[in-house]
Design a protein around this ligand. Sequence first.
Ligand SMILES: NC(=O)c1ccc[n+]([C@@H]2O[C@H](COP(=O)([O-])OP(=O)(O)OC[C@H]3O[C@@H](n4cnc5c(N)ncnc54)[C@H](OP(=O)(O)O)[C@@H]3O)[C@@H](O)[C@H]2O)c1
Length: 333
Amino acid sequence: MNNSKKMLLYGAAGYTGKIIAARAKELNLDFEIAGREADKIMALAAELNVRYHVFTVDNREAWQLALGDKKVLINAAGPFQHTAKQAIDACLLAGVHYLDISAELETYQLAESLDNEAKDAGIQLISGAGLFVSYDALIVHLAKQVSQPISLKAGFRHFGGFSRGSVLSSQNIADLGSLVRKDGKLIQSDNLDSKLFAFGSEDVECMPTPLGGIILSYKSTGIPNIEEYFSLKLPATQLPDLTQANLPDGPTEAERAAGRNGISAEVTGKDGKVVKAYIDAPSGYNLTPLSVVAVANRIMNDDYKTGYQSPGSAYGESIIGDIPDIHLHSIQS
Ligand SMILES: NC(=O)c1ccc[n+]([C@@H]2O[C@H](COP(=O)([O-])OP(=O)(O)OC[C@H]3O[C@@H](n4cnc5c(N)ncnc54)[C@H](OP(=O)(O)O)[C@@H]3O)[C@@H](O)[C@H]2O)c1
């Protein structure tokens, strides 16, 4: 592991990558950008006044050159089924901590499977360090309030629509069907109905949807029974051919500022005690950059655990304090 304080952002010229870069710049972090398309990367580098690297995700030599003096990588190039493996392998070889903003369970499981390799390389491996940072922190917060937490139900209210990249990646979530965690195992559930979750003054009906918690919050808390719900239908379940769809890059800055995300969760202990709380947060495409940069910032300040981690296993609920404009509220049962 090197003593660098520098970060590399791969996929920087994508819709979310650009917002991550803007956040890193706002915090004055020392970072460089990378991606596969020269025009886009060079234009962004000029705008940000940062160094850049142009290479495809399969170019191992280029990865090592770009990572040589870095401490942490943020991979923002999704769908991650096509980029996570190559980027993680490069980080393992270079001894550079790995973060991505994937919402694809497959990449969480990939990170999970590389726990020993990450420990040997002395790096922290977190796939899912975007929307699920505060989500996971909320679950850790609740799990600590009961003895032996045995069940979690979490509802995610999303605001701001979907970027083109998210629409494409949503197929990987839709393909999971009704995956839940039951008695510690991932199984298909055929009897889940939609469920009402409280988000302050508003109750929202959410549909059963496997999100990050069945892997990430299981890692953080060991809760053996986890069901997750989402306020919207996944785009992949509505659009017949995603590759042909004429999709906008993502919501405009004004659209992102016009509403809020919410995460509402209830945890039950073995003694039957139920605790509930919700988080009120900036809308999705503002929350993800704020979250992943907060985690990268921790790493640059030498706050990390080696091996496969979830946001909650690495930082507990304290990471909430690093993300601006997030508010955690208890819900009285
Ligand atoms: N859960 C969360 O917290 C969260 C939040 C936001 C976004 N996301 C995920 O983040 C990903 C990116 O979203 P986005 O809105 O930024 O999408 P986007 O605008 O389509 O950007 C994707 C970026 O990744 C690059 N890329 C894609 N496939 C690549 C490959 N095989 N090799 C190298 N580069 C590749 C693209 O490069 P080109 O420009 O050259 O195509 C582009 O720069 C999506 O998977 C999305 O679901 C997750």
